[in-house]
Design a protein around this ligand. Structure first.
Ligand SMILES: [Zn+2]
Length: 267
């Protein structure tokens, strides 16, 4: 009996320590969402300002490398805000300082690959991103300065069942920050469990892997192949929404109409 209790406690402590989160009941919208085109003629017009807000170096290339390649080709003015330093500092083994520098270098190179004009690192602790007014305010400052028409962010409200806790928090805080900053028209949530729009990225498929492979410290060998399998499965599933081979699904929310006013405080 004692051994069972000790085992359960150890498992519970391990779950709290490691940064992945799993929903026993998937978080999904109460009603099916209508297909929502985020004014895509405007999105793919030269000069459109798009700011990507993510949790970690590598998130943009993991989730939306195809979309970013298309936006770069159409002449969008792209920028990136990365909330954490990506050093996996919660992990007791390994050189977090060296990893931080490596991942920043990799993200700079990858973002240059999709013509980002600016990359901002907010430098919050990786795996332990706090969900706080301070972080929201830091994102608001960047959005007020960059004035994006579109904010491309992780889905913190309807995430996939298994995701990084930092992704959920970064997504919720970026949505809140975009509302406070007030300049943007659309939230485009990637890594979502509830897509209501999708972008055909079949033509960008080879380029997507070139961009992902720039993050060599994270993706190589067996892990790279595992990640490629996962991304490919998701892109085929999102492709079915459009009747194309590969797509990237998004949950698009117009900011003016005030859906999602409040950010629920959940882990
Ligand atoms: Zn991440």
């Amino acid at each position: 009996m004692f051994a069972v209790l000790a085992g359960a406690l150890a498992l519970g402590l391990f779950y709290r320590w490691q940064p992945l989160r799993f929903d026993v009941i998937p978080r999904r919208p109460p009603r099916p969402q209508p297909w929502t085109d985020p004014d895509s003629r405007r999105l793919f017009r030269p000069g459109t300002r798009v700011t990507v807000v993510v949790a970690h170096p590598d998130d943009p290339e993991f989730y939306v490398a195809g979309l970013l390649t298309r936006l770069a080709a159409s002449g969008a003015r792209l920028s990136l805000v990365v909330a954490t330093d990506g050093d996996k500092g919660y992990y007791p083994f390994g050189d977090s300082g060296a990893l931080r520098r490596t991942r920043r270098r990799e993200q700079d190179a990858a973002a240059a690959g999709w013509n980002a004009r600016e990359v901002v690192y907010l430098g919050y602790p990786d795996g332990r991103l706090p969900e706080s007014p301070e972080v929201v305010a830091a994102i608001v400052r960047e959005l007020r300065r960059l004035r994006p028409e579109y904010v491309l962010l992780l889905d913190g409200r309807y995430p996939p069942r298994l995701t990084h806790r930092d992704h959920r928090r970064a997504g919720r805080m970026a949505a809140e920050a975009a509302r406070q900053a007030g300049a943007s028209r659309w939230l485009l949530h990637c890594s979502t469990g509830a897509p209501n729009f999708a972008v055909d990225v079949t033509g960008q498929w080879d380029r997507r892997w070139e961009l992902l492979r720039i993050h060599r410290s994270q993706f190589r060998g067996r892990r790279l192949r595992r990640v490629q399998d996962l991304i490919t499965r998701n892109a085929i599933s999102d492709g079915r929404l459009l009747g194309v081979r590969y797509a990237e699904g998004l949950r698009c929310v117009p900011l003016r109409h005030g859906e999602e006013r409040r950010v629920p405080k959940r882990r």
